[in-house]
Design a protein around this ligand. Structure first.
Ligand code: UFG
Length: 329
């Protein structure tokens, strides 16, 4: 395949890039570098084109020049909490620009897409583990902004024959074993990197956003997945695209860990004390999100290799110790 990774210079895109290259596919990366890092792409030798997904001219030219047959779209804002305060930012960037991307693909005759969706489309689920057919009732604009694109994809598949795979990510963490790429968000909002900033001496403690949820220890439960396992699923997904069909898969490990359990695992891995402090809930946070990924395992043949939370944290820790300031670019 000739794959264009839009938003491919970000945390997840830079890992998927390596998995696709390892599988023998041709790849180019298209990124505005508003959130992404050129240095996450550089070591791979893949071509990096600077542009916004809504810039139809540059994107159209890129599709054409690189004879792209498949797009994997990572370009999005991802902070559920911020989306509650600034919904317009999320609907504009994720939804409207998602439509622009589809239109440019249509104009260029590119009919295959893998789309990064999220567990946030389920809102506060009535049961866990969550299956793909469970109700879609996002409780924050971030989840809603992604769900809109899922609906667009189905319409485009029906009318224009687009083939696609929607991947609903649960909580992605960890880093590439090469040490070349890992997590570097500004601002950082994700739990694992924030906890690891304590042993790195970059913060005094970790804030626990609420301990009054209806969960065993009162803190939120999430399903953590290693970014390399998630990346393998993208390769399989891209290879499984079928004309005029949209397939949807959850990607998680099927096991939930509370915020307190994640902090405890970070203590074990780093051998540091890691003080914590309970603060009020963060708006837009559902109490528990745990995936059933049975469908991805059965249909895509996906085999997660790094399912242990300790492995995920260990790999994240190796990256952050070597890159305490991220890419610093
Ligand atoms: N948390 C804290 N303290 C912090 C940071 C986070 O207690 O300093 C808590 C959150 O309240 C939440 C859990 O840790 O309960 C995980 O929070 P993250 O911000 O790491 O991840 P989210 O679950 O909010 O969101 C992530 C991705 C989304 C994706 C979602 C799916 O950012 O893109 O997982 O579960 F949609």
């Amino acid at each position: 395949m000739n794959v264009l990774l839009t938003g491919g210079a970000g945390y997840i895109g830079s890992h998927v890039l390596r998995a696709l290259l390892d599988a023998g596919h041709n790849c180019a990366v298209y990124d505005s570098l508003v959130k992404g890092h050129a240095r996450s792409v550089d070591p791979t030798g893949a071509r990096l084109i600077l542009g916004d997904v809504a810039d139809s001219r540059t994107l159209g030219q890129t599709l054409d020049e690189n004879e792209i047959d498949t797009v994997i779209n990572f370009a999005a804002f991802i902070e559920a909490g911020e989306s509650v305060e600034k919904p317009e930012k999320y609907f504009h960037n994720n939804t409207i620009k998602g439509l622009e991307l589809l239109e440019t693909m249509r104009a260029g005759g590119v009919k295959r897409i893998v789309f990064s969706s999220t567990a946030a489309v389920y809102g506060s689920p009535e049961r866990i583990p969550i299956e793909e057919t469970d109700p879609l009732v996002p409780i924050n604009p971030y989840g809603a902004s992604k769900l809109c694109v899922e609906y667009m994809l189905r319409a485009y598949a029906h009318v224009y024959g687009i083939g696609g795979v929607v991947l609903r990510y649960f909580n992605v963490a960890g880093a590439h074993p090469s040490g070349e790429t890992g997590e570097d968000h500004t601002p950082e909002t994700h739990l694992v990197p924030l906890v690891l900033q304590v042993p790195l001496g970059m913060r005094n403690d970790i804030k626990i956003f609420g301990d009054d949820y209806d969960t065993p220890d009162g803190t939120c439960i999430r399903d953590y997945i290693h970014v390399c396992d998630l990346s393998e699923a993208h390769v399989l997904a891209a290879e499984a695209i079928e004309h005029g069909q949209i397939k949807t898969y959850n990607l998680g490990n099927g096991e939930g860990f509370s915020v307190r359990e994640v902090i405890e695992t970070c203590r074990e891995v780093t051998n540091h004390e890691i003080p914590s402090q309970v603060t009020p809930r963060r708006p837009g946070d559902p109490p528990g999100l745990v995936a059933s990924s049975r469908k991805a395992i059965d249909e895509l043949g996906w085999k997660p290799r790094f399912a242990e939370l300790k492995t995920i944290v260990t790999d994240a820790w190796a990256w952050h110790q070597n890159h305490p300031d991220g890419y610093d670019d």
